[in-house]
Design a binder for this molecule. Sequence first.
Ligand SMILES: Cc1cc2nc3c(=O)[nH]c(=O)nc-3n(C[C@H](O)[C@H](O)[C@H](O)COP(=O)(O)O)c2cc1C
Length: 183
Amino acid sequence: MSKNILLGVSGGIAVYKAVALVSKLTQAGFNVKVIMTESAMKFVTPLSFQALSKNDVYFDTFDEKDSKVIAHIDLADWADLVIVAPATANIIGKLANGIADDMLSTTLLATTSPVWIAPAMNVHMYEHPAVKRNIKQLADDGCSFIEPSEGFLACGYVGKGRLEEPEKITELVIKHFNREGKQ
Ligand SMILES: Cc1cc2nc3c(=O)[nH]c(=O)nc-3n(C[C@H](O)[C@H](O)[C@H](O)COP(=O)(O)O)c2cc1C
């Protein structure tokens, strides 16, 4: 049976890569559902994710489409793996501190599935002590990280902060389920 991947998309310039990631994951045979933050929707509309995942896209905690379930709990339980890509400094900070003030952050607290975080941000943001502290906290809490790569950043800097390529993330997901003999 194919596995369920819940992709959380927060508001960074690398949102365009999350669109490609949904395409790669669905081509690889995974069921994908997407939650977007308000900021993510400034970069790309939910329609792109909806069309590629063939599923509804979630962004409003209070938009309960199915009266039989509570959407954020249902999604949290549905997921075999949760990936946040791109993960902004903001969503990393919120999760590290247990803040649940939108659909993505609320669902992240509600899931008991593995959570993988793929940070993407300006190199100075990535190296900020507060961000480092939050990443360490999340690692201690059991989250896994897909480290950003080094290279040219959209902000004009060259450094660490680029979201890992969708192909590479898809490979990691396939390996994860193969390792667990679960795919
Ligand atoms: C053009 C632009 C690009 C941005 N890129 C990033 C980014 O790559 N990483 C990041 O952490 N924040 C980035 N931000 C800032 C976030 O959008 C902002 O912190 C926002 O509050 C994040 O909200 P969210 O975590 O709920 O999506 C960017 C903002 C703008 C205007």
